[in-house]
Design a protein around this ligand. Structure first.
Ligand code: NAP
Length: 479
């Protein structure tokens, strides 16, 4: 650095730490520079300072910048370009041309491109590649763009711990990964700079892994909704002239949700059992994100069920209707409820353990026990619950309106096939050490356990006070 440049740095330098001059000697710390004093630049600077780095901001207006993290220095761009070896470019891509005059100073240095775009394919090339073309002598590394300013300020959470890195220079990438690790993130090297566009698209994606499960859930819901609409509502209107279209809002939805959730649960395990038959002596592995969608369906079902039950009770009470007590029917009713509640509880457990924040803390064995063993048990309980719902109606011809089976019968097909195949697989003849597992991922939530307790309690509470009233035939007057 020439004497002139040094004096330029001195004149441009603004200390944001009033006590700095009072401290006789500061321990030497690695310096990192951040170009741009906007939201991300400031959050990054704060985090770097907290991790023990010396931070130098490069700004267009070094003398008029306020609210920067305590302890950071702010310089003009030219001076800042000489202050460190590693630079975060926290400036929008449209303004990258300010770096062109600094190309000489930045030669051989590491530039971390943190930029994102507003939409996919906004520019012909990735921002990091554009940056590299502007400053060809520098080592451009793409990274940190998947973190928000907010998450940087608040520190890494379980859900937001990953930092993706890509670039050409191995040493440059290692330097950036070392910084990421020191900030508390886990860095993942995604390869060369040609991957930058993919990394820049990450923040634009909305639940990418949920797309297929959502499409399946919506498709199944729509299909069953129209099927049941014809069988239940239109059938009643055509054959009896009865308008029961109000049932669309609660009763019909209450039928669609459990049907969809049971089919989706069985779809989680269907590929596994099929693969096990196809590859009895080979391991197989697949992913599915269906579980969270199923949990939503079953939760809606649970809520709807309580509404329908309450309406049903009120109707009985209003009409002062009583039915003769029958032990078999009581057994069937209690078993139906009990299996449903148990299945529902396990269902929620499956959903929760498929969340990354929870599954990350489970060992592989624990995870596979819950997702595989308890998963099949859940499927068994829910299927049995549905069979009990059908009870003796399977053989009654009046059940088949317009020669069509009711929805709950249709939804039993796939689960029954899956359970049958699973039963065959666990027999000594076909049992094998295959490692078929369902891996489920979804969005993170901090309220999973509360949700579990809430849902389980919701499952039990309404029945505790309703059932004695039904089975004991206590007369109640409508109020
Ligand atoms: P911002 O708040 O608008 O700040 C941008 C900074 O760029 C300004 O404060 C300014 O700093 C500098 N700048 C503006 N015009 C300039 C010019 N013509 N020449 C040189 N420097 C100029 O933006 P931000 O939210 O911090 O985002 C910065 C970058 O980080 C963007 O590329 C964005 O995509 C990326 N990013 C942001 C977030 C986030 O949560 N905000 C998350 C991930 C990635 P000076 O006034 O000090 O020069």
């Amino acid at each position: 650095m020439t004497g002139q440049e040094r004096s330029e740095e001195k004149s441009e330098c603004v200390s944001l730490s009033p006590i700095r001059d009072a401290v006789p000697a500061q321990p030497k710390c690695e310096r990192v520079s951040v170009f741009g004093t906007g939201d991300l630049g400031r959050s990054l600077g704060l985090r770097l300072l907290q991790a023990g780095y010396g931070v130098v901001f490069g700004s267009r207006r070094p003398h008029s910048i306020s609210h920067l993290p305590h302890g950071a220095q702010v310089l003009g761009h030219a001076a800042a370009a000489q202050s460190a070896h590693l630079f975060f470019i926290a400036v929008q891509r449209e303004h990258y041309d300010f770096l062109v005059p600094l190309a000489k100073q930045l030669k051989g240095k590491v530039l971390v491109d943190v930029s994102n775009n507003l939409r996919k394919n906004q520019y012909p090339e990735a921002n990091a590649e554009y940056l590299q073309s502007l400053v060809p002598g520098a080592e451009v590394v793409k990274g940190f763009n998947t973190l928000s300013a907010w998450s940087l300020q608040n520190g890494p959470s379980d859900a937001n711990r990953q930092v993706y890195i890509c670039g050409e220079g191995v040493e440059a990438k290692q330097a950036v990964m070392a910084v990421a690790t020191k900030l508390g993130f886990s860095a993942l090297d995604r390869g060369s700079l040609s991957v930058a566009r993919e990394l820049e698209d990450f923040p634009l994606q909305l639940f990418p892994q949920w797309r297929l499960p959502l499409h399946i859930a919506i498709g199944l819901s729509a299909a069953f909704f129209f099927y049941l609409l014809i069988r239940d509502i239109i059938y009643a209107y055509v054959t009896q002239g009865k308008d029961i279209s109000f049932r669309i809002m609660v009763s019909l939805a209450n039928k669609v949700c459990p049907i969809v959730s049971l089919i989706m649960l069985s779809l989680c395990y269907l590929p596994g059992v099929l693969a096990s038959f196809l590859q009895l002596y080979r391991g197989t592995k697949y992913r599915s994100d269906l579980c969270v969608c199923e949990c939503v369906c079953i939760h809606v079902y649970n809520t709807m069920y309580m509404c329908v039950s309450t309406l049903h009770d009120q109707k009985y009470i209003r009409e002062n209707r009583t039915t003769e007590f029958d032990t078999t029917t009581a057994w069937r009713g209690d078993s139906y409820l009990s299996l449903g509640i148990l299945g529902f509880g396990l269902y929620i457990l499956l959903g929760i353990t498929s969340l990354p924040s929870v599954s990350n803390v489970l060992s592989w064995r624990e995870f596979s026990f819950i997702q595989s063993k308890l998963g099949h048990l859940t499927l068994l309980l829910c299927t049995a619950h549905t069979y009990l719902y059908g009870w003796n109606r399977f053989l009654s011809s009046s059940t088949y309106r317009w020669y069509t089976p009711p929805g709950y019968m249709l939804c039993l097909v796939i689960p029954s096939v899956v359970l049958l195949l699973k039963l065959l697989l666990i027999t000594p003849y076909t049992h094998t050490q295959n490692n078929t597992l369902v891996m489920m991922t979804a969005l993170s939530s901090r309220h999973e356990l509360l949700f579990l307790c809430y849902c389980t309690l919701r499952g039990w509470l309404p029945f505790n006070h309703r059932l004695p009233c039904f089975w004991d035939q206590k007369p109640t007057t409508f109020n």
